[in-house]
Design a protein around this ligand. Structure first.
Ligand code: XMP
Length: 495
């Protein structure tokens, strides 16, 4: 005889709701007037930070340090610095990103008028600059010296004072100079750098031709209101000091980095971090609508992903998880009406997965394995069986936890104790520059927008519909019944 579910609580559990992931769905093609190249990928990663492309590199120690963050921001995305480094180092990393394409250099390498020519030459080489303003003790600009003034020591001896070798007719400008005005000055006077001075002729900064041209090259970069590159930083839920330090250093978005943020202590701590910093705070990871409801009040963004990552073993180790497309949709149902952006983190192998995540309600996607094989990721290239690889490891792997990331999994970070890992250490094929990876990723996403007929990310989120895919449909969707002879830059059947 049938029993009703209230009398049969355990068997009732077996009528479990279905949850879907990337391979379970496809975007339903729709009539379109949108050419892929015209699709505008501008999005928001958090309530006040806009990005030209909806792509983030993961906060992992084999993916994002300042080199990756600079490359991502220059191309319109966002790198999130990992937290397996001490506070002092992460502050330096933030500063490195912020200085990368700075129009006005504020920490200027300067020369002393009494220094010898040989000294200044060595100093400039060490600092990687080819010229330096010469200032006196009061900071007043007396001249400018460049490598051409000191090499090959034609008119001045190595031991002569800088004062004798420098150019003393210096063209200066004030701090409010625009890039165009600075360039005009440089062309007019055939110079490559313009020191900026205050009313007393004291040095306040420097503008260089190289800096201006570099900014022109990256005209679609993700920049803060001062024109510096954007950067995100992962902070542990209980790491107040790190949060305050990177906030002070100019980080744009802090990412509360926790494998299961729907935990009372983590939610309370995250709220405190959000209250105490100027930067936007994205809270994660979560994977259900209840979790989203608990953080949406104070979060500037919500990051979604419980166990979808390529190096994650959370689901098999803990038995818990949420297939990613359903997780994103549940969170977006709560976050979107409140105007809080959603980031889909993990499990994205192809550009098609990335655009499906957006269709499910995400505003941006975060990827680890996709970028770990690039030149800009930390770590060196190794060769195995004649193929080139780079190391890629989960932040919950034994190696990464030993380097300091244990509390992401709400475990005590004690080096002597045995860990219960939730990730593996792996190798990923070497891929060359991140630029070509991003080109393929974003280009594929734009093509997806074209198939749905949506010109912008918000329009795409509204217009996109899914169809369910059977196992036979999945097989049909991959290259099949052929032997692949040439690798495509955006497709490998075993990703
Ligand atoms: P993908 O699939 O892009 O995933 O390589 C990257 C995301 O995976 C998460 N992550 C982990 N999850 N164990 C986990 O369960 C781990 O060791 C681990 N390390 C990273 C993280 O959210 C990352 O952005």
């Amino acid at each position: 005889m049938a029993t009703d579910s209230s009398e049969a609580p355990f068997t009732a559990k077996l009528r479990a709701p279905e949850a879907l992931t990337f391979d379970d769905v496809l975007l339903r093609p729709k009539e379109s007037h949108v050419e892929p190249d015209e699709a505008d990928t501008t999005t928001r990663v958090s309530t006040s930070v806009e990005l030209p492309i909806p792509v983030l590199s993961a906060a992992m120690d084999t993916v994002t340090e300042s080199t990756m963050a600079i490359a991502m921001a220059r191309r319109g995305g966002l790198g999130v610095l990992h937290r397996n480094m001490d506070v002092e180092r992460v502050v330096e990393e933030v500063e490195r990103v912020k200085r990368a394409d700075e129009l006005i250099i504020h920490e200027v390498v300067t020369a002393d008028p009494e220094q010898t020519v040989r000294d200044v030459d060595e100093m400039m080489e060490e600092a990687g600059v080819s010229g330096a303003p010469v200032v006196d003790d009061a900071g007043e600009v007396l001249g400018i010296i460049s490598s051409t003034d000191v090499r090959p020591y034609l008119e001045v001896g190595e031991r002569d004072a800088v004062r004798e070798a420098m150019t003393d007719e210096v063209i200066t400008a004030s701090e409010d100079v625009t890039p165009r005005e600075a360039l005009e000055l440089m062309y007019e006077h055939k110079i490559e750098r313009v020191p900026l001075v205050d009313e007393e002729n004291r040095l306040t900064g420097l503008v260089t031709m190289q800096g201006i041209l570099q900014r022109r090259e990256y005209d679609a970069a993700a920049r803060d209101p001062e024109g510096r590159l954007r950067v995100g930083v992962a902070v542990g839920p209980f790491e107040d000091e790190r949060a305050r330090a990177v906030d002070g250093a100019g980080a744009d978005v802090l990412f509360i980095d926790c494998a299961h943020a729907h935990n009372r202590d983590v939610v309370d701590a995250a709220r405190e971090v959000a209250d105490g910093v100027a930067a936007d705070v994205v809270v994660g990871n979560v994977g259900t609508r209840e979790a989203a409801a608990d953080v949406v009040e104070f979060a500037d963004g919500i990051k979604v992903g419980i166990g979808p990552g390529s190096i994650c073993t959370t689901r098999v180790v803990t038995g818990a998880g949420m297939p990613q497309v359903s997780a994103v949709a549940q969170v977006a149902d709560v976050a979107a009406p409140r105007g809080v952006p959603v980031i889909a983190d993990g499990g994205i192998r192809y550009s098609g997965d990335a655009i499906k995540a957006i269709a499910a309600g995400a505003d941006a996607v975060m990827l680890g394995s996709y970028f770990a094989g690039t030149d800009e990721a930390p770590g060196r290239v190794v060769t195995m069986n004649g193929k080139r690889y780079k190391q890629y490891r989960g932040m919950g792997s034994v190696g990464a936890m030993q380097s300091g990331g244990g509390d992401r999994y709400l475990k005590e970070a004690d080096e002597d104790e045995e860990f219960i890992p939730e990730g593996v250490e792996a190798a990923t094929p070497y891929k060359g520059s991140v630029e070509s990876e991003l080109f393929q990723l974003v280009g594929g996403m734009q093509s997806g927008m074209g198939y749905v007929g949506a010109e912008t990310v918000p329009a795409f989120k509204e217009r996109a519909e899914f169809v369910r895919v059977s196992p036979a449909g999945q097989t049909e969707g991959h290259a099949h019944d052929v032997v692949i002879t040439d690798e495509a830059p955006n497709y490998s059947p075993d990703r």
